[in-house]
Design a protein around this ligand. Structure first.
Ligand code: 13P
Ligand code: ZN
Length: 277
């Protein structure tokens, strides 16, 4: 076994990537993942590198000197558990946060590197227990972004997460929606990093979904929850039934019982604040 293969977090990638492929969410080369790992979890032989620095399109000083495992561009989700060293790369962010160095494994990081770096940086600023980013292309979630009413994240969240009694308990802050941005662009990265300060799952307009968590499994769990709720939405629509969802009093009672009332009620106050600026 190589030193790279000894990194214990590779198991998280294998498990989640197999599921992304199995679900049909990450078709062909679709989707990408990143995970911040602590220095203690990096084998000593892989803690530094002689490779040339690659400039980042943004400064990520909050993750200076930290290590990231990132899927390679053009890699397939269904391959990753079989060929982790060919498909996943280990990188170290430079001390000034302006560049990164490849250390081992795949050396062509995902085209969504700006989003992954911007979000990983935001984790260290506002929610340091978070370390995982999963981007994928689930049909039922992308389809939601085709509906104009759902471009308002409050309408989107209240409608979709009100269709199953545990969805809003899992995601009291709701889910976000970002207007179209070119895949892999810096703009997509900056807007995503801003949005994940407030929410754990966001939809990228006519592109896919992005989820963040304390582990890759946590990020994947949340995608499953939202996708199931979206499945209920499309099932009712196809059957010609109205999509009314839970009664407000039942939702309120659930939020109260699980101690989520404040997070639920304040879910979109950040948006109101941002709109005022
Ligand atoms: P990469 O193969 O470069 O990660 O691109 C896949 C993708 O889904 C881009 O949004
Ligand atoms: Zn994508």
């Amino acid at each position: 076994m190589s030193d790279f293969e000894a990194i214990k977090q590779l198991d998280q990638f294998s498990e989640v990537c197999d599921w992304l492929a199995f679900k049909g969410w990450s078709e062909a080369e679709g989707g990408n993942l990143s995970l911040r790992i602590d220095k203690e979890d990096v084998p000593e032989s892989l803690r530094s590198s002689e490779s040339a620095a690659t400039q980042l399109p943004l400064e990520v000083t909050a993750i200076a000197d930290m290590y990231l495992l990132i899927t390679g561009s053009g890699t397939r989700s269904r391959d990753i558990s079989h060929t982790p060293e060919a498909d996943l790369g280990l990188y170290k962010i430079a001390a000034d946060g302006k560049s990164y160095q490849w250390i081992a494994g795949n050396d062509k990081p995902t085209s969504e590197m700006p989003s992954h770096c911007a979000i990983q940086n935001e984790f260290m600023v506002s929610r340091p227990d978070f370390r995982a980013v999963v981007h994928t292309h689930p049909v039922k979630l992308i389809s939601l972004t085709h509906i104009p009413e759902f471009h308002d994240p409050k309408v989107l969240s209240d409608t979709i997460l009100g269709l199953q009694s545990e969805a809003r308990i899992q995601l009291p802050e709701g889910i976000g929606h970002l207007p179209f941005q070119v895949p892999g662009s810096l703009e997509l990265g900056i807007l995503s990093a801003e949005e994940i300060k407030y929410r754990n799952v966001i939809l990228w307009h006519m592109h896919g979904a992005l989820s963040v968590g304390t582990s890759l499994s946590h990020a994947f769990d949340q995608l499953e929850v939202v996708e199931k709720a979206a499945d209920i939405f499309w099932t009712l629509k196809k059957a010609g039934y109205a999509v009314d969802g839970m009664r407000q009093q039942d939702l309120d009672q659930s939020m109260d019982y699980f101690g989520r009332t404040d997070r639920y009620k304040n879910a979109f106050s950040d948006k109101i604040e941002r709109d005022k600026k």
